[in-house]
Design a protein around this ligand. Structure first.
Ligand SMILES: C[S@@+](CC[C@H](N)C(=O)[O-])C[C@H]1O[C@@H](n2cnc3c(N)ncnc32)[C@H](O)[C@@H]1O
Length: 323
């Protein structure tokens, strides 16, 4: 295949030119570069690996077996014969990046995350992982990637404007920026707010604390519905903006077979979410671990309760970089 340089290879050559806190870069089999990250490295617990990978399956089910709703395929299969570059920011376990690399062997995929939690098994040769704090800019040249993708970064990004400016910078003109983002406002599928709260008090009590924790940390609980789409729509470097609402049932309450299967996967998330959010809440809200345990018990009483039709609100936002 003729061509453009592999973005991963280019990255290796360019990294000395970039500021930032590169921590680890696996350069193929066996070789890992490590630098200090000033203590920011975060090791996810095992349950979080399971939770994120199961959540990925829920997204895929919701997208009818595909890894995206945005026109990523159009960009990667545009008929040109050079290798395309894909960046997945906040890649988590790296499952999306690995699968995209397997689906598009003629593309080179980089997954970037603050935490080195990516699996080392089953990583296709055209997929690399970089450990880096995305709020410090991206260590890549301008126009480096045909597709820049991120999913569920709400609890990691405070300055969405700076994040989006930087994401737009590294997309090639004509390329695609895809931001799949949620709001913190998990809710039920029917009834007034008052009726919903009466039906699932434990669910709402913990949900409200999670929102409070996000806000006290300067995070944006309306990133998916409002902040991200508004910034993308208004960005002078972007065009053909799209926004698709695709909420995920949090457990299998729906009669629709697809939504039911989504709910089966999401049940793992619903059960593990309170532990994943414990630090987020306890460290900043005025609440002890024992009080938090009570909230967790209340939440778990409502998980899967008949008539409680919970939704995790998610929006797929995307736009092309102006040529
Ligand atoms: C909820 S997980 C989503 C993981 C993955 N995108 C997915 O959908 O499976 C959020 C991820 O974003 C990463 N993250 C949060 N803040 C970040 C930052 N400032 N820079 C890079 N990664 C970040 C976290 O380490 C975590 O892996």
């Amino acid at each position: 295949m003729a061509g453009r340089e592999n973005p991963a290879t280019k990255y290796e050559g360019h990294q000395k030119h970039f500021r930032g806190t590169l921590v680890a870069l696996r350069l193929g089999r066996g070789l890992t570069l490590f630098q200090a990250d000033r203590g920011r490295r975060y090791q996810a617990k095992n349950e979080d690996y399971v939770r994120l990978d199961t959540q990925h399956r829920a997204f895929k089910e919701r997208q009818l077996g595909r890894n995206f709703l945005a026109p990523i395929d159009e960009v990667l299969n545009d008929g040109s014969d050079y290798r395309k570059g894909v960046l997945d920011i906040g890649t988590g376990t790296g499952i999306w990046a690995r699968e995209i690399a397997a689906e598009y062997p003629d593309a080179d995929v980089i997954g970037l995350d603050l935490s080195p939690m990516q699996s080392r098994k089953g990583v296709p040769p055209n997929c690399k992982f970089v450990v880096h704090d995305a709020s410090k800019g991206f260590p890549f040249p301008t126009g480096f990637f045909e597709v820049v993708h991120c999913r569920l970064l709400m609890s990691g990004i405070r300055d969405w404007r700076a994040f989006i400016d930087e994401a737009v910078r590294v997309v090639r003109p004509g390329g695609l920026l895809v931001m799949v983002e949620c709001d913190g406002w998990r809710h039920l599928n029917s009834g007034t707010e008052e009726e919903q709260r009466a039906l699932a008090p434990g669910f709402f009590k913990l949900r409200d604390y999670i929102i409070k924790g996000l806000r006290l940390r300067g995070l944006d609980a309306e990133a998916g519905s409002t902040t991200v789409p508004n910034l993308l729509m208004a960005h002078p470097g972007l065009e053909e903006f799209n926004k698709v609402y695709a909420p995920l049932p949090m457990w299998p309450w729906s009669d629709d077979p697809v939504l039911r299967r989504v709910g089966e996967h999401m049940l793992v998330d619903a059960r593990e979410l309170p532990e994943a959010c414990r630090k987020l809440v306890v460290d900043v809200c005025d609440i002890s671990n024992d009080e938090y345990n009570q909230l967790v018990r209340g939440w778990r009483d409502d998980v899967g309760k008949p008539g409680v039709t919970s939704l995790f609100p998610v929006w797929h936002n995307w736009a092309f970089k102006a040529e």
